[in-house]
Every structure is written in C-alpha cells, then in structure tokens.
Design a protein around this ligand. Structure first.
Ligand SMILES: *[C@@H]1O[C@H](CO)[C@@H](O)[C@H](O)[C@H]1NC(C)=O
Ligand SMILES: *[C@@H]1O[C@H](CO)[C@@H](O)[C@H](O)[C@H]1NC(C)=O
Ligand SMILES: *[C@@H]1O[C@H](CO)[C@@H](O)[C@H](O)[C@H]1NC(C)=O
Ligand SMILES: *[C@@H]1O[C@H](CO)[C@@H](O)[C@H](O)[C@H]1NC(C)=O
Ligand SMILES: *[C@@H]1O[C@H](CO)[C@@H](O)[C@H](O)[C@H]1NC(C)=O
Ligand SMILES: *[C@@H]1O[C@H](CO)[C@@H](O)[C@H](O)[C@H]1NC(C)=O
Length: 463
C-alpha cells in the first residue's frame, strides 16, 4: 500500500512539485503599510512591514502607512495599504547569496481620506541605480496596479530600495515589494550584440541593471504568476503582432521536455512553451512571408531581447529551418532547433542585445521567416515567447540622464528640505491637537492633511 503510494507520488512529482522546486535563498515579500503578519497572494505570503519582527526592512519611522478607503472587490489585499514617504526613505534587505536578484515594486494609487496617492511623484534608487525618476505614470489607476520588475546584480550584503519624493511638495509611496534571488541561468554573462556595423559579443550582461519592459507569450493566453515558477506574468502577443498573413497559432497538449543546454523551467514555464505562432507551408512552395512583432521602446538605451523557441509543431526532427531577425539584423540564419536540442518539444532560448529605436519603426522589431533551407509541406518558422529588457545607461540609470548621486544631492542640498521638516513637525503638533480635539468633540469634520501625521504618530509608536 505504502509503496504504491510512494510510486504514485513519484509519478506525480515531475508534473506537480518540480515546477515549484526552485527555492530562492533570498525571498522577501513585503506588504507595505500593513500590520498583518501574512497576506497570501497567489499562495505566497506577503509580510506586513508594520509587524515588529520585520522591522529591519522597514523604512524610517517617518514613513506613514495609509489605507485604501474603498478597495474594489477582487483587488488583491496587498493593494489595500501603502507606505507613504515625504522625505527619502529606504528599505534594506539583507542578501544571503550574492548574484542576480529579481525586484518587483507594486504601485496602486488610491484615495485615503482626502489624500490622493495618484498625485505622488518620486524617484526610486536601488543600490546606486536609478530605476524610476519623476515617476507618475499611473495608467487607469483604479483598475490596474502597476508592477515594475528589475533584475539587479547584487554583490554587497544588502539590497537597498530608496524612495525619494521628486519635490518637497510631492511624496512617494509603495504598496508591496518583492526581492527574490534569481536562478543562476536567468541572466547569463554574455549575449550577441547586433548593430549596423557588426555582430559582437556583449560581455558582462549579468552585471547590468535590467528592467523587464515586455514579457510576452506567443499564440497563447496570458500566463499568470500562479503558473510561473518565478511568479512572473506573460501577456499574449496579439497587441505586438504586426503581420498575420500566412501564420497560425498553435497549442500543444503534450509534455514540454526541459533539457540541459536549453531553457530551464525557471527561464520559461510550460505554459509559455506549449503555445506558439508558426509559418506552415501548405503546398509545394515555401511561403515568402515573415511573422513580425514590434515592441515600442524608449530610445537611448540598449535592450536585451530574449527569444523563446520550442518545436511543438514539427512531426519529426530535422524539418524546421528558419531565419530570425532582430531590429532587421539577421540574428540567426537557418536556425535548426533539432540540431541544438536534439529533441522535439524541448525549449531553447537565445539572447540578443540591440540599441533601442535604431530601426526607424519607433520600437524594437522581431521577425521570423523561412530560410534557404526551409522546405515545402512542413513548418517553416516558429516563436513561443519574447522578453524585452531595458539596460541601464552610462549614468547607471534605467530612467533618464541623471545619476543616483545627483538625485540624492538635489534633495539634500535644497534647504527647503529642512523647511519641510519644520513644516511637517508643525503639522504633527497641529494634527495631534486636532485628534485630541476631535476625540473630545466627537466631530467627523475632515481636515485634508490631518490623516497623514496622525498615522505618522501611530506608526512611530509602533516602531
Ligand atoms: C481620487 O479621487 C479623485 C476625486 O474623486 C479622483 O479624481 C482621483 O482619480 C482619485 N485618485 C485615485 C488614485 O483613484
Ligand atoms: C525630474 O523632472 C524635472 C523637471 O522636469 C527635471 O529637472 C529633473 O532633472 C528630473 N529628475 C530626474 C531625477 O530625472
Ligand atoms: C494554470 O495553467 C493551467 C493549465 O494551462 C490553466 O488551466 C489554469 O487556468 C492556469 N491557472 C491560472 C491561475 O492561471
Ligand atoms: C501555395 O499557396 C499560397 C497561398 O497559401 C499561394 O500564394 C501559392 O501560389 C501556392 N503555390 C503553389 C505552387 O501552388
Ligand atoms: C523578413 O524580414 C527581413 C528583416 O527585416 C527582411 O530582410 C526580409 O526581406 C523579410 N522577408 C520577407 C519575405 O518580407
Ligand atoms: C550600466 O552601469 C554600469 C555601471 O554600474 C556601467 O559600467 C555600464 O556600462 C552601464 N551599461 C550600459 C549599457 O551603459
């Protein structure tokens, strides 16, 4: 009986447990502004940063916590609270294993009392990188929390996330923070650099700060964090796909066979590799078409383009050959997935570095088309997924031409910063007296700025 159970477990293992086997040495999930010890989101526990035991990561006591008065139903609970900063504040995460870390910041502006978080404007610095500057871009804030994701090389003891309001009159906030060790193979040391003059090796790729700009699954439905071993979201490619003539979508119900030398499940989950778009030859000729995707990007940065391939369509090995173009440059000629993986349905990925905005289409383009080795009556091109990541510029910034030191200096040298401290202190005193008065009078009059310092005092007591 027990041995049957054991072998049953063994049979199930590769399909269930293995996909969640990756256990990151550093794994911090913080629900900012919450006092709940644990808030589950997709079965992952986010710890409130007002809980004393998490105080090492907590920002300065001057960071207040605010609560969403009217959260929409179904809004995950991590977006019901936020930490708000009127002066520079930092979260400091001890790092046990140096290397690439994934950092996700969650922003969901809401109204709390008379304070509108949508009016925030701030910079975010991470270990000397500027990752966001003058950040205000909240699209449809009520519905869509904005999640930004970075891959940051950490070779110090700590990962420090610093929030700096852009002006004295402005403030910063954050709803949740994730800091997770990335698997070693997620960002390799080198990639191919494609430019008009030459193709060369780009070294030190893993030491660059990267921002995930697009993470796209081709030909399939959205892949949610629940189905991704690194809790990523992969959006469908329909919005980026430019040419549909002669191409088709494919879904594969079989097993994805991860192999050494190809992609691991952490590089891309089954749900990304089991769908694709492809070019199929239906008669005696090879279609003379490309499948093309265009990703709008900000110019002035280099981008890492990661293409995911998995031959889920061919009926046998050695039939699929195609060309791959990134920004119009020939990135792969006669790519033969059978040769690189020696197996069907085995995932493979390739990394290319290009300069954003140098192809004249206002973005970054990826094309797949038949090659001179392509054959009639078979599949002549396939793509399963695309990731586009922005690389820090020479100012060590992912967002603008200003370096981290400058951001900090411009805050500290403005003596109005001191003035603000004084004003804030006065506000605290005032608001405390208002609270006291309210308690006595029991009035529910609302004073627009009182909420903040009131919470501040609550919070300072807790710390
Ligand atoms: C807060 O409320 C104001 C007034 O109703 C509205 O204009 C604003 O968009 C709201 N802000 C957010 C972030 O929901
Ligand atoms: C923020 O915007 C202001 C005004 O547009 C600009 O002067 C400043 O350099 C920007 N700050 C950063 C860090 O980009
Ligand atoms: C996870 O993937 C399975 C299989 O593709 C799918 O049926 C399920 O809806 C997905 N779950 C979520 C939460 O996305
Ligand atoms: C093959 O089919 C395509 C359209 O699917 C057509 O344009 C082409 O002329 C056909 N070629 C032959 C040799 O029939
Ligand atoms: C496919 O795209 C490449 C790169 O942009 C181009 O050189 C080639 O001519 C295209 N092929 C077709 C059939 O459009
Ligand atoms: C990114 O910043 C580092 C400094 O930390 C710098 O050495 C590197 O050249 C920058 N990357 C690019 C593509 O400019």
């Amino acid at each position: 009986m027990s041995s049957t159970l054991f072998s049953l477990l063994f049979l199930l293992l590769p399909f269930t447990t293995l996909s969640h086997l990756f256990s990151p040495p550093d794994n911090y999930l913080i629900n900012c502004g919450s006092s709940a010890p644990s808030t589950p989101v997709d079965y992952r526990p986010f710890a409130g940063d007002l809980v004393p035991r998490h105080s090492p990561f907590s920002p300065s006591p001057r960071a207040v916590s605010v609560q969403n008065d009217n959260p929409l139903p179904n809004l995950p609970p991590i977006y019901h609270t936020a930490r708000l900063f009127t002066t520079p504040a930092r979260y400091s995460f001890p790092i046990t294993l140096k290397g690439t870390h994934m950092l996700r910041l969650h922003f969901h502006p809401f109204n709390s009392s008379n304070l509108d978080l949508g009016r925030a404007q701030f910079h975010v610095l991470v270990n000397g990188h500027v990752v966001l500057s003058n950040f205000t871009r909240f699209v449809n804030p009520q519905r869509n929390p904005r999640i930004v994701e970075y891959l940051i090389w950490v070779d110090s003891e700590k990962l420090v996330v610093m929030f700096v309001p852009s002006k004295d009159s402005k403030f910063a906030f954050v709803n949740a923070i994730e800091v997770i060790s990335a698997p070693k193979d997620l960002v390799p040391e080198t990639a191919q650099y494609l430019s008009s003059s030459k193709v060369e090796v780009f070294d030190g790729l893993n030491k660059q700060a990267l921002e995930v700009v697009y993470r796209v699954t081709v030909g399939g439905p959205k892949v949610t964090p629940f189905n991704d071993s690194l809790w990523r979201t992969w959006v469908p490619d329909d919005g980026f796909f430019k040419s549909s003539a002669g191409s088709e979508k494919l879904y594969f119900g079989g097993r994805i066979k991860y192999r050494v030398g190809g992609a691991s499940r952490e590089v891309g989950p089954d749900n990304v590799y089991n769908s694709a778009r492809l070019i199929r030859s239906k008669n005696d000729s090879v279609p003379n078409v490309n499948m093309t995707w265009v990703f709008p990007v900000v110019g002035g940065y280099k981008y890492l383009v990661r293409l995911h391939f998995c031959d889920i369509a061919s009926i046998s090995l050695g039939l699929l050959y195609f060309n791959v173009y990134v920004n119009g440059y020939l990135a792969y000629e006669d790519l033969d997935l059978s040769y690189v993986m020696n197996s069907l349905a085995s995932p493979f990925y390739a990394d290319f570095v290009v300069d954003g905005g140098d192809d004249g289409v206002g973005g970054l383009s990826v094309s797949i088309g038949p090659s001179k080795s392509s054959m009639a009556h078979v599949i002549d091109g396939i793509l399963n997924g695309v990731e586009v990541m922005k690389m820090n510029n020479s100012h060590n910034s992912l967002d603008g031409e200003v370096c981290a030191d400058f951001v900090l200096k411009s805050w500290s040298t403005g003596n109005s910063g001191l003035l603000f401290t004084l004003v804030a202190a006065v506000c605290i005193v005032l608001s405390l007296s208002i609270v006291v008065r309210r308690r006595f009078i029991g009035s529910r009059e609302s004073v627009s700025w009182s909420r903040l310092p009131v919470n501040l005092s609550d919070d300072s007591v807790k710390n």
